[in-house]
Ligand binder design. Structure first.
Ligand SMILES: C[S@@+](CC[C@H](N)C(=O)[O-])C[C@H]1O[C@@H](n2cnc3c(N)ncnc32)[C@H](O)[C@@H]1O
Length: 306
């Protein structure tokens, strides 16, 4: 049992009033527990994922708050496409994702041994929607025989990725600003391995992007689609803390990101594993493996082959 604070301490001046109120709200929300007979607040084993998810969610609250009025206005319109400008604070979102390594420590572990073994031999790899390059820079620094492309639709995060690579002497990587929904012809049949992490569900035209990725892979090449992969729809996710996080983040971040055009797919992060599978198969891929992240069971690595 994870004891957070004893009941006696809770009512003493030793406990900061903020901590007291946070603990109380977690307890009435059934995340942490206390009973009349108990002398301690504790975190039940099976609520640990929820606790972690809520602690991540709370870091996003200021950002969600900044968007509150915008989102409210959009929700009141019949056609909310393109009404929110995201890029100004999107970079802030990316920073927050990685500001505490404890939140996403598993970023490179989501890659299967299969991908690692082929990368040792020296191949051509691209990550689209790489933002500040956390993943692709790590890979480039580890697999010196392979060449890497870090690509994103926005240039600003790539400057950070480039500066990081320069400061660490990583030489087998280049960066490019590209729209994954409409990639340049020079990429056709040119990569052995393409990665995306938390990108496809954010796109206006995800099916188009999957077709483009297929086209850019060499025959037999691998597409690693790392995505939120909820199973069971709404009914299958009741009272799941991680799912609560993803539904909230999707409302404030993913739907406005995707809803750039009136005919945007606007899938949201909660699009679900079954739709994800259906879409990659429709684009021509065969799914050869699926693994969940060690730290977030809802983060799924779909290994797809051309
Ligand atoms: C949720 S972030 C994920 C960033 C990073 N892959 C990660 O795992 O943290 C989505 C990224 O996709 C990029 N993106 C959005 N639309 C894109 C498009 N059409 N083409 C390429 N990248 C795009 C965004 O700029 C952003 O960096």
């Amino acid at each position: 049992m994870n004891v957070l604070v004893t009941y006696t301490e809770y009512f003493s001046p030793k406990v900061c009033p903020y901590v007291r109120e946070i603990l109380a709200s977690l307890t009435v929300g059934e995340v942490t527990s206390v009973s009349d007979t108990s002398t301690k607040f504790h975190l039940p084993e099976d609520h640990q994922q929820t606790f972690v998810a809520l602690s991540v969610l709370s870091r996003f609250m200021p950002l969600f708050g900044m968007r509150y009025n915008n989102i409210k206005a959009c929700a009141q319109q019949r056609n909310p496409g393109g009404k929110i400008t995201c890029q100004n604070n999107f970079i802030y979102f990316i920073y927050m994702m990685y500001s505490n390594q404890k939140i996403f420590p598993d970023v490179n572990l989501t890659l299967t041994l299969y991908c690692v073994s082929i990368t040792e031999s020296g191949i051509s790899v691209a990550e689209f929607g790489c933002a500040t390059g956390v993943l692709v820079n790590k890979l480039a620094s580890r697999f010196k025989n392979s060449t890497f492309l870090g690509s994103d639709i926005t240039g600003k995060p790539l400057e950070i990725a480039r500066a990081d690579a320069n400061s660490r002497g990583i030489q087998n990587i280049s960066y490019s600003t590209d729209n994954i929904e409409n990639l340049p012809e020079k990429y056709n049949d040119s990569f052995d391995w393409i990665l995306t992490r938390f990108v496809i569900h954010d796109l206006a035209y995800p099916r188009q992007a999957l077709n483009q990725i297929y086209q850019c892979l060499k025959p037999g090449g691998i597409f690693s689609m790392i995505e939120v992969g909820l199973e069971g729809g709404i009914a299958g996710n009741i009272a799941n803390g991680t799912s609560m996080f993803y539904y909230s983040a999707s409302t404030f971040m993913c739907i406005p990101e995707s809803f750039r055009q009136p005919d945007s797919a606007a899938l949201g992060a909660t699009w679900g594993a079954s739709l994800a599978r259906e879409m990659v198969v429709k684009a021509g891929f065969t799914i050869i493996n699926e693994t969940a992240s060690h730290t977030d069971e809802k983060e799924i690595h779909f290994v797809c082959q051309k």
